[in-house]
Design a binder for this molecule. Structure first.
Ligand code: C5P
Length: 244
C-alpha cells in the first residue's frame, strides 16, 4: 500500500500519511533508545516483532469494544491506523513497583502493590517526561476531566486484558505505558482512541517462574539479547513471524 508524506519520525517509529483521509501508516524501526535517547542501538528485527505485538494486542482490544487507532497490519513493519491528535500524556499502570517508581519511593523492585496504580507523565522530551498529578493535567488543559476519566477507565481495562494474556503464557505484567489520541469525524465529533503502541518496548514483562526480564529493560540494563527476549514472548503468544 502506497504511503504518503512523512508526518513524524520518533525514536522507534515513523508515521506517514495513509491512503485514505483520516488514516496514517505506522512504520516500526529497529532503533532502540533509553534514558531519553542517551543510550541508542539498532536491534535487528525489533520493529518486525513490535508490529506483531501491536497487531495482536490492539486487535484483541478492538474486539472487546475498547477503541484503538489500529486498523490492520499491512506488512512486516507497517500497520494502517486511524489518524489522531495525540494527548500529550503517558498513562502508566503499575501492578508491581519497578523502574522509576521503585527508585523514587525507595522500594525494592518486585514489591507487589496493594492494587493497580495509575500515573501520568507529561510527554515532553526536553523535560524528561515529568510525572504529573491529575490536577496538573486539568489546570494545564492537556485533557478534560471527562477525558481523564475515560483514559483511566480504558487503562485499567487494558491492564485486565494484558495481564490475563501474559499470565496465560507464564509472564507477569509488571507495568506498561499507553498513549491516547483524539479522532475527529467530518462533523467535528471527537472519539478518544488508544493510540501509539503496546509492545515489550512499553511494558515490563517478567517470567513468572524464573523472574527473567523479557522487555526493554534487557536493553536498558545490558541484560542480554533483546531480540531473543522479545522472540520468546512472541513464541509463547504464537505470533513469532516466519523465519524469526
Ligand atoms: O521508567 P518507568 O518505571 O517510569 O516506566 C514505567 C513503564 O512505562 C515501563 O513499562 C516502561 O517501559 C514504560 N515507559 C515507556 N516509555 C516511556 C517511559 C516509560 O514505554 N517514555
Amino acid at each position: 500500500m502506497a504511503r504518503g508524506a512523512k508526518i513524524y519520525e520518533g525514536k522507534a517509529k515513523i508515521l506517514y500519511e495513509g491512503p485514505e483521509p483520516g488514516t496514517i501508516i505506522q512504520f516500526f524501526k529497529d532503533d532502540a533508545t533509553a534514558f531519553n535517547a542517551e543510550k541508542k542501538d539498532v536491534i535487528d528485527g525489533k520493529g518486525v516483532l513490535n508490529n506483531r505485538f501491536c497487531e495482536h494486542i490492539m486487535t484483541g482490544l478492538n474486539a472487546l469494544g475498547l477503541p484503538t487507532h489500529f486498523i490492520r497490519r499491512l506488512n512486516a513493519r507497517e500497520q494502517l491506523c486511524h489518524k489522531v491528535e495525540i494527548v500529550p500524556l503517558e498513562v502508566i499502570i503499575r501492578n508491581v513497583a519497578a523502574g522509576s517508581m521503585a527508585k523514587r519511593l525507595g522500594l525494592e523492585e518486585g514489591y507487589q502493590l496493594s492494587r493497580p496504580l495509575v500515573e501520568f507523565s507529561f510527554k515532553e522530551d526536553s523535560l524528561g517526561d515529568p510525572l504529573v498529578a491529575e490536577e496538573h493535567i486539568e489546570v494545564m488543559q492537556w485533557a478534560t476531566r471527562h477525558e481523564l476519566d475515560a483514559m483511566i477507565d480504558m487503562a485499567f481495562r487494558v491492564n485486565d486484558y494484558l495481564s490475563g494474556m501474559m499470565h496465560g503464557i507464564g509472564i507477569k505484567l509488571v507495568d506498561f505505558k499507553i498513549e491516547f489520541g483524539r479522532q475527529f469525524d467530518e462533523d467535528g465529533n471527537m472519539t478518544l482512541l488508544l493510540a501509539d503502541e503496546i509492545s515489550p518496548d512499553s511494558c515490563r514483562l517478567w517470567d513468572i517462574e524464573t523472574g527473567r526480564k523479557l522487555d526493554k529493560d534487557v536493553f536498558r540494563r545490558d541484560l542480554g539479547n533483546l531480540t531473543d527476549a522479545y522472540s520468546e514472548v512472541a513464541r509463547r503468544l504464537n505470533i513469532l513471524p516466519k523465519g524469526g
